[in-house]
Design a protein around this ligand. Structure first.
Ligand SMILES: [Zn+2]
Length: 396
C-alpha cells in the first residue's frame, strides 16, 4: 500500500468529502502553479462543508445516524432490506429517543455491546475462572478499548450520553465499564478535561511532549514511564500547585480507591480474574494512551508552539477541522503509528501520509520530511520561556 495514493474503502462519507476536497485543491494549485482562481477552491470546500452539515443534521433528509462503526449503514440496507425494515429502523427510532444528540445513536449500540459481553464475561471469570476465557476476555477488551475511549471522551466533555432524564445511568455506568476497559474511576475526566485541555501540551502539562526529543526511543520511554508510575501522585500535586483543592482531593481519592479495589480483589477474591479483567487492561491502556498522546503532540510548531492550530494534527479518518494553513493533515495513519514511524525516524513514510495544504503544496517529499523532522526538536527551558511567555510569568 502506498500511503500517498491509497484510498481506504472504509472511510466514512464525511472523510471522503474532506479528502477529495483537499486533493482537488492540491491538483488545482499544481496545475495553475499556485495561481488559484479566487472562486475555484472555496466553491469545492463550501459544497463539501454543506454536504457534511446535512449528513450530521437530524432534520435533513441526508441525515444518517451512525449505528455501527464497523459497517456502513448504506451497505447494510442495500444487502439486507428486511434487516433494515424489521430490526434497524425500529432500533434506530428507539435509540434516537434515548440519546442527547441524535448523532450519538452509535453509542447506544456500544453500551449494549459492553453490557451484554464485557460485564457478564468478567462476572463469569470471577466465579469460574479459566485461562482460555481469561485470554479471550482480554483480547475482546483490547478490541473494544479504542471506541470505548472515544465514547468516554464525548461523555466527559458533554457530561453524559443519554438524555438528562436518564442522568442516573450516565453517572453510574462508567463505574462498571471503566475499570474493565483499563480506565480508573473519573481519572479520564480529571486528567483530560481539568488538566490536559487547560494546559494544551504547554510547559505545565504533565503529559507535555515539548521537553522531549520526539523521535528518540529513550525520550519516549522516559515519557511513558513517568506517566505509568507517577501520574497517580503527580496529578493531585498538579492541582495543589494550581490551588485547586477540590480537584486535587478527588483526583487522588479516585485513583487510590481504584488501586485499593484492585489490591483487595487480587488478594482476597481471585487474583487470576483480577489480572485479566482489571490489571492487564489498565497497564495496556496507560501505555496505549501515552503512545497516542505522543503521536498527537510530537510534531510541534517551532514558531508558535502554543497555537492550537499551528501545532494541530488532523487525521483524515477522524476529521474534525481542516484546511488551516499551518496544520498538518495525515491520511492512512493513526496517532499510534505516527509514534512508531517517528521513533524509527521514518520521515519519508510520514511525508507520504501528509495531505499537503497551503504552502506545503509546492514542497517535494524530501522538503516535507525535513519540515516534519524540524518539528520534533526538543525545547530547552530557555526556548520554553521565550515561546510560552504568559505561562512562565503567570501561574494559572
Ligand atoms: Zn478532549
Amino acid at each position: 500500500m502506498d500511503p500517498a495514493t491509497f484510498k481506504d474503502p472504509n472511510l466514512t462519507v464525511q472523510d471522503v468529502l474532506v479528502l477529495d476536497t483537499l486533493l482537488a485543491d492540491v491538483d488545482v494549485r499544481k496545475r495553475t502553479n499556485g495561481q488559484v482562481p479566487a472562486n475555484m477552491d472555496s466553491d469545492g470546500a463550501s459544497n463539501a462543508i454543506s454536504k457534511m452539515k446535512a449528513l450530521n443534521d437530524p432534520g435533513d433528509p441526508e441525515f444518517e445516524p451512525t449505528l455501527f462503526v464497523t459497517w456502513d449503514l448504506r451497505d447494510l440496507v442495500r444487502l439486507y432490506p428486511w434487516l433494515d425494515k424489521w430490526v434497524l429502523q425500529p432500533y434506530r427510532e428507539c435509540a434516537r429517543k434515548l440519546v442527547r444528540v441524535e448523532t450519538d445513536v452509535v453509542m447506544i449500540t456500544h453500551l449494549l455491546l459492553y453490557f451484554t459481553t464485557s460485564v457478564p464475561s468478567a462476572i463469569l471469570l470471577f466465579s469460574h475462572f479459566s485461562w482460555i476465557h481469561g485470554v479471550l476476555h482480554w483480547i475482546m477488551q483490547t478490541y473494544y478499548v479504542g471506541t470505548y475511549t472515544l465514547m468516554m471522551h464525548q461523555h466527559i466533555h458533554m457530561g453524559g450520553i443519554l438524555k438528562s432524564r436518564y442522568q442516573w445511568f450516565n453517572t453510574i455506568f462508567p463505574y462498571i465499564t471503566d475499570p474493565l476497559m483499563g480506565h480508573t474511576w473519573n481519572s479520564y475526566y480529571y486528567h483530560h478535561v481539568k488538566h490536559h485541555h487547560v494546559e494544551g501540551n504547554g510547559p505545565d502539562d504533565l503529559s507535555s511532549t515539548i521537553r522531549y526529543q520526539r523521535d528518540e526511543l529513550r525520550d519516549f520511554l522516559c515519557y511513558v514511564g513517568r506517566f505509568f508510575f507517577f501520574i497517580w501522585l503527580e496529578l493531585p500535586l498538579y492541582f495543589l500547585r494550581k490551588g485547586n483543592m477540590h480537584c486535587a482531593s478527588r483526583a487522588g481519592f479516585w485513583e487510590i480507591s481504584n488501586m485499593a479495589t484492585i489490591f483487595i480483589l487480587w488478594n482476597y477474591v481471585n487474583w487470576r480474574a483480577t489480572l485479566f479483567c482489571l490489571v492487564l487492561p489498565l497497564a495496556q491502556l496507560r501505555i496505549g494512551l501515552m503512545i497516542g498522546n505522543w503521536g498527537q503532540h510530537a510534531l510541534v510548531d517551532d514558531i508558535d508552539p502554543d497555537s492550537d492550530f499551528r501545532s494541530s494534527i488532523t487525521l483524515i479518518d477522524v476529521a474534525d477541522r481542516y484546511a488551516n494553513e499551518h496544520a498538518l493533515v495525515f491520511r492512512n495513519i493513526d496517532y499510534m503509528m505516527i509514534t512508531v514511524r517517528l521513533l524509527r525516524k521514518d520521515y519519508k513514510y510520514l511525508a507520504k501520509c501528509l495531505v499537503p495544504i497551503g504552502n506545503q503544496i509546492g514542497m517535494d517529499e524530501d522538503e516535507i520530511a525535513k519540515m516534519l523532522q524540524a518539528k520534533t526538536r526538543r525545547f530547552t527551558e530557555a526556548d520554553i520561556r521565550r515561546k510560552f511567555p504568559q505561562k512562565s510569568q503567570v501561574q494559572r
